[in-house]
Design a binder for this molecule. Structure first.
Ligand code: F6R
Length: 350
């Protein structure tokens, strides 16, 4: 069977990750990237998968570089009456052409604030309009569902967070170790394909899939949801698990519903309690991605077996796992992942 662009692009990721690290991380010690110095607040604006990247990156800027950062959907940003001053605005876009993100960039420029774009298309309209530019270097992405470009965006923003941490003389030794092993982590996640396919065979029959997560992983739950919808057209919902307990869990009364929990950390006490309660009250099949656990009665558990406290490596690993999961569910349903119905690669006005 001919491989889809989506599959080919997922599998290119270890090489792309190495290429980005070689391009922006010099002599194994210094990030050199086109960005302003002395930033104490970051606002990231993006749509779709690029927004999910922004949400993960917001946590990473806070944790790694001690910079307050937030993510906002481009379309929502355009509705804002008050726009914070004295921030670096980062626009994330695979294509560099998405109308809402481009309009947001133009709005911020008119207000005279610093703009940086992270894009996979050099010389795109956003690239030309922004003050600072980071090329994701993922190579042309042909699959409508974004995979390699998203992982590349994540890495570029992680590198930027490392740059700001180093500028502040923070200890970046743990981040350097992460960069050294990242291509291998991505390859190991791809190597889980067989296990992920088994999970896909189990999931594709469900009428409703709830994908839940807490903290930084919530953006991954949203991404998994988007990727599965785009390629399989099935009804998948994403929820913050803690919030899911406030009424949303009534959907589990529908016995054709399954719960997938994504974690980029060890399972927290409250996640275990919530999942145990869900099991006791509704007894849905529960699958856990990203961490191994024997505390819960799970139907499936997929884990790349990374250091349990290294949530950044786990984010990258989980990103790849959910991309393969979406691909395998779509294949099981006989969908053409490269031609999803009614979708265009670039969302513009025309
Ligand atoms: C998801 C996907 C879309 C894009 C969104 C933003 O797989 O492809 O949701 O992420 O349309 O596109 P860019 O990043 O080009 O601005």
């Amino acid at each position: 069977m001919k491989k889809s662009h989506m599959e080919i692009e997922i599998k290119q990721q270890p090489q792309i990750i190495s290429k980005i690290i070689d391009a922006y991380f010099f002599d194994n010690e210094k990030v050199i990237i086109d960005a302003p110095d002395d930033v104490d607040k970051i606002i990231m604006v993006a749509s779709g998968s690029s927004y999910h990247c922004a949400r993960c990156a917001a946590e990473i800027f806070g944790d790694v570089s001690n910079i307050e950062a937030r993510a906002i959907y481009s379309s929502e940003f355009l509705l804002k009456k008050v726009i914070p001053n004295h921030a670096l605005y980062i626009f994330i876009s695979q294509s560099g052409e998405t109308t809402d993100t481009l309009s947001a960039l133009q709005k911020v420029k008119q207000l005279g604030m610093q703009t940086l774009c992270v894009t996979n298309v050099e010389n795109s309209t956003m690239w030309k309009a922004a003050d600072y530019r980071v090329n994701c270097l993922a190579g042309e992405e042909q699959s409508v569902a974004s995979t390699k470009a998203l992982t590349a965006q994540m890495l570029c923003l992680y590198l930027l967070a490392i740059k700001y941490a180093a500028d502040k003389k923070s200890d970046i030794s743990k981040q350097i170790k992460n960069l050294q092993v990242l291509p291998d982590v991505i390859q190991r996640s791809i190597n889980l394909e067989g296990k992920i396919q088994t999970l896909a065979k189990f999931l594709y029959k469900y009428r409703d899939i709830v994908i839940a997560a807490d903290g930084v992983s919530y953006a991954l739950a949203k991404e998994a949801c988007l990727k599965i919808k785009e390629t399989s057209y099935i009804n998948v919902m994403s929820h913050i698990l803690g919030e899911f307990m406030h009424g949303h869990l009534a959907v589990l009364n529908n016995k054709k519903t399954i719960l997938v929990y994504i974690s980029s950390d060890e399972l927290s006490y409250s996640a275990i309690k919530n999942l145990e309660k869900i099991k006791a009250d509704y007894n849905p099949p529960i699958c856990v991605i990203g961490t191994s656990t024997d505390r819960l009665n799970t139907s499936y558990n997929i884990d790349c077996n990374l250091d349990s406290d290294n949530y950044i490596l786990k984010i990258f690993s989980n990103l790849v796992i959910i991309q393969i999961l979406a691909l395998k569910i779509a294949e099981k349903l006989g969908r053409d992942v490269d031609k999803p119905k009614g979708l265009r690669k670039i969302v513009t006005e025309n």
